[in-house]
Design a protein around this ligand. Structure first.
Ligand code: ADP
Ligand code: MG
Length: 490
């Protein structure tokens, strides 16, 4: 109906004009801790149902929660990595609601005094641009159990393994303006969490999931009423869900309707959101401080110690890669997404052409892994071998074209590039006399074309280069071929 080709991401063309999105995310990140937030039971994923349940998790009468210091430290570490304010006094509250997978009848969370306050992160967008997104707060809370509805025709079962597992809820400010920005924000948070080891960021296993709050407005207007889409566990779904939810809201508003504040679910099969509960059905959680737990109090020096032990984070590493290796800031932002990528890159590029290495890693290696459905850690090509390939190209042993052939052989056989080059005799030929032999052959085979060329048909030069390369089976050094051909065909 409308020309949408010029619309910016996050903008929707309606009959009455352009609408823009306002988005805020609540990310639930499971802390990489062996034991739960308030009990010693194992927090591991995938165990047999109800194997990892202590008396505290099962909420037996008289059981008392004991705070897991490691988890507290991870939350503080995360707060520091998000450039956020650490609250030296914070309080655990009971969030009361009744549900079968919550044996306590309340979730221990933090409400008015969270462990971490305001912060901000820089988010890298696909076009190489950056934007800053504010963090509202980060708090610690317990996860709930899981109802199993598919085990019995008429009954539901409960698995309490997840009950009491430590979560951090990271709440953004409503600063996000497009689904793509939301995706990039989650990517950046995940990357930071993985660098510092606070959360494994595994979205398939649910270690990281996001609730997305979405509203729309006309430019310059106040924020509209938001809807919250619950529990999205992939970046692709986050982007799809926000886009379709915003479009739904625009349709309603354009028809003169109003948005009801509600909680919605994303249906991955239809790509649309549907209502789960409206604000009227919203729980009154009757928050109050948990009388079983003292407030958390930190000394300045304890927090300082944690700060000093933080590893180098993606933003700083990115700047360093640009400076040390001369690569573009866009390439650097891809390489710093994962600590494993950076380590690999630095080893491969050490003492070599940084740009060439980045190109081969991002385009060829990432592309080949994706094609073969392999994760990065399963790469058949090691950093040493990619580095060696770069050296072989840079010192003229093989041409870029032959390098691709060697590369696919490396993917298949895991052999080193020099081994492959030797075995297959792929060394580039740069020797003048050998190349001159090939040139003479091509000239005598194509006397008519030579005459055309000499009488002014300059375009034929490329044809001769191509013929010589072909005759050499791609091994002739194209630079030398060019030079010698020019002299020969004067
Ligand atoms: P609740 O407990 O009601 O979900 P929170 O404060 O935990 O409230 O989270 C609210 C989230 O909604 C935050 O991420 C915030 O940025 C976002 N948000 C607030 N107002 C709007 C709005 N008008 N449109 C979109 N997102 C919003
Ligand atoms: Mg919320």
């Amino acid at each position: 109906m409308n020309d949408t080709s010029t619309l910016k991401p996050g903008h929707i063309q309606g009959e009455t004009g352009i609408w823009e999105m306002v988005i805020g995310l609540e990310i639930h990140a499971q802390i990489s801790s062996k034991s739960k937030l308030f009990s010693g039971a194992s927090a591991s994923f995938g165990s047999e149902a109800n194997r990892n349940v202590s008396l505290v998790d099962a909420a037996m009468p008289g059981m008392l929660p004991v705070i897991n210091e490691f988890c507290v430290e991870q939350a503080v570490k995360t707060g520091l990595a998000l450039n956020a304010k650490i609250n030296n006094v914070s309080v655990f509250d009971r969030k009361n609601y009744f549900y079968a997978d919550l044996p306590q009848g309340y979730q221990i969370s933090q409400f008015t005094k969270p462990i971490v306050g305001e912060g901000e992160i820089i988010v890298d967008l696909d076009d190489g641009e950056q934007t800053t997104i504010g963090i509202e707060r980060l708090h610690l809370e317990q996860d709930a159990g899981k109802s199993l509805h598919d085990q019995h025709p008429t009954k539901s079962y409960i698995d309490l393994n997840r009950t009491g597992v430590a979560l951090m809820e990271i709440v953004s400010k409503p600063d996000i303006r497009s689904p793509q920005e939301a995706g990039a924000y989650v990517k950046k948070i995940r990357s930071i969490l993985r660098y510092i080891g606070a959360c494994d960021g595994n979205m398939e296993e649910g270690s990281l999931r996001a609730d997305c709050n979405v509203s729309v407005r006309k430019s310059g207007e106040e924020f509209g009423t938001r809807c919250e889409i619950k529990n999205l566990n992939s970046i692709r779904f986050i982007i799809q869900a926000i886009q379709s939810e915003a479009e739904r809201q625009v349709d309603i508003l354009e028809e003169g309707g109003t948005i009801d504040q509600e909680t919605r679910l994303f249906d991955t099969s239809t790509g649309e959101t549907r209502s789960m509960r409206s604000k009227e059905d919203a729980h009154d959680y009757r928050y109050f401080p948990d009388p079983d737990l003292l407030p958390l109090e930190f000394t300045e020096s304890w927090v300082q110690d944690i700060k000093e032990k933080l590893p180098e984070l993606p933003d700083s590493l990115k700047k360093r890669l640009v400076k040390d290796f001369g690569i573009t800031s866009y390439d650097a932002s891809i390489l710093v997404e994962e600590k494993d990528y950076v380590d690999f890159y630095q080893q491969a590029a050490n003492g070599r052409d940084g740009k060439l290495t980045a190109n081969w890693m991002i385009t060829e290696l990432f592309g080949a892994l994706k094609k073969d459905n392999l994760s990065f850690s399963e790469s058949p090509i090691t950093s040493e071998n990619l580095g060696e390939l770069i050296s072989l190209i840079s010192n003229g042993t093989i041409s870029g074209k032959i390098a691709k052939e060697v590369f696919s052989e490396m993917m298949k056989s895991k052999k080193s590039p020099s081994e492959i080059v030797k075995e297959k005799g792929l060394e580039q030929v740069s020797d003048d006399s050998e190349i001159l032999k090939l040139i003479d052959q091509v000239i005598s085979d194509n006397q008519d074309k030579v005459n055309e060329y000499l009488s002014g048909k300059d375009k034929l030069f490329g044809f001769f280069v191509g013929q010589v390369m072909k005759l050499s089976q791609g091994k002739a050094n194209p630079g030398v071929v060019n030079k010698l051909l020019k002299e020969k065909l004067k």
